[in-house]
Ligand binder design. Sequence first.
Ligand code: IMP
Ligand code: MG
Length: 177
Amino acid sequence: MDKLRVLITRAQIAEKVAQIGERITADFAGESLVLIGVLKGATISLADLARQIKLDVTFDFIAVSSYGDAKQQSGEVKLMKDVDQSVEGRNIILVEDILDTGLTLTYLKSMLQAHQPKALKIAALLDKVSRRTEPIHGDYVGFEIPDEFVVGYGLDFAERYRNLPDICVLESGSETR
Ligand code: IMP
Ligand code: MG
């Protein structure tokens, strides 16, 4: 049985997401915006964030290979699904659930940058700064968290727990690190 401890409550998340939405609305005033969610973890963040942005917004989604059933990152990122629409000349915000080592977003950022967007920013609700191996930072970060494995609000362990409304630390169970 996995043990869960609430780290960030749904109320704290909602408040933070509203603040980030306001910042994005101000930063891109008068412009249109494409939110690109990284499947599947970012779906819930994207849905909530999008509704806090008072601009002309469209959605797209991208998928990369991920942790699979373990908690350990393989160190290799593979594109499984590309964007549907061209990003050329568009304002892009790449929406991710968490910045960990930074491998995923470093890969996606350089891939999208090659298609010459007008602007390319990163929004990540969570940031595990101490785990970073790549020189990348989020432009819109919700919370810096310690090096603990978290689930909920889109984040999974072996595909489970994405539907938890709060962000919780997974304290025991099938540990791999
Ligand atoms: P990175 O490439 O190491 O930055 O990893 C990013 C991806 O790792 C995220 O999109 C998550 O899918 C996954 N990840 C990293 N830390 C956690 C965690 O604490 N819980 C669940 N997934 C995580
Ligand atoms: Mg993910």
